[in-house]
Design a protein around this ligand. Sequence first.
Ligand SMILES: [Fe+2]
Length: 381
Amino acid sequence: MREIIMNPELHKFGTFKEFAEEFGLGEGDLLLTTKPVYDGVIKGALAGGEQCIVQEDFGKGEPTEEMIEKIFAAVDYDSYKRVIAVGGGTIMDIGKLLVLKRPSSVNDLFFGREPIVREKKLIAIPTTCGTGSEVTKTSVAIVSDGQGGTTKLGLLDEDLIADAACLIPEFLENLPHRPFAESLIDALIHAVESYLSPSKATMTSDLFGEGAIRTITKALKAMQDGVDIKHEYADELLTAACYAGLAFLQAGCGIIHGVSYPMSGKYFVTHGAANYVFFEETMKMYNDTDPEGKISSVRRMITDAFVDGPATAEDDAKAFDTLFAAITQLLPPKKMHEYGVTEEDVTLFTESVFQNQMRLVDNAYIKMTPELVRRLYEAVL
Ligand SMILES: [Fe+2]
């Protein structure tokens, strides 16, 4: 089994200004970011000569086909040699597309009707502590499904991997609570899904996955003890999210991402929030079906973080209850209907998962049948 190739190069900086100086930002660089990040941090740190665009000028929320087409139309392909993507998942997803040879349409690219050809350099700088997208080979977008609706699809290719990923804890300080919490939960899901991958997990993905799970659970315990983790644990959590990204770069995500995509695609639910809907129920299903498999190690990591002294059998049995009590404290969970999902959607979503997300279905800890996926949707409706 091929282990992780350490790609992209990883860098850490105290501030964005330090990064800009080290990487010699200027002419030929295209910066893609969000307005709050641009106004709050980036604007004051640039020397000049760079081209900057903010996502809000092209659309809000998750990346859509329309938003990406607008950006392509607004930015002359020959005007830049290097893309610096500074933001959360959406910015990373779009940044990865800006370094590719322009396709005749975004839809063609996502449905595989056009090849992926990398022509420019990419530097990825996460400003949330969750997506891990700075180190992955995935770009996700909401695209037209050709039947009058929209769906969320992931483009997967080695050519989407950034040349360098830079971790700068300064950005977490400016992040509001909700995106902080949603991205942190998403990072934990990446770590758990890749750790529990039945056939793709390797010793390196396990190492990074375990590192991320242990750091995030330790931080959640500290939060319960009254620590302001966004500030006190900024560096550790940014690192943990990157570890989780490295783990799923190798081992892939699983059914939680698979079932969340149709809901995100139809109701424009943000990525972390959509995954969160399914997290607890999926873990329960896994734990009930195969408690003695690798999930027993996840329970041990949880009890190590939350229980003082050696864990008892009772601690082990309620490990996931303990974890989700803490996560609920970080961010109260929501059901699907709170995002507008209806009973009819359950059938459509189940079909969509088995039509478009088989790589994620196959990477689930237990064998996921259409019946089980439907049961999962019904449990969180
Ligand atoms: Fe994710």
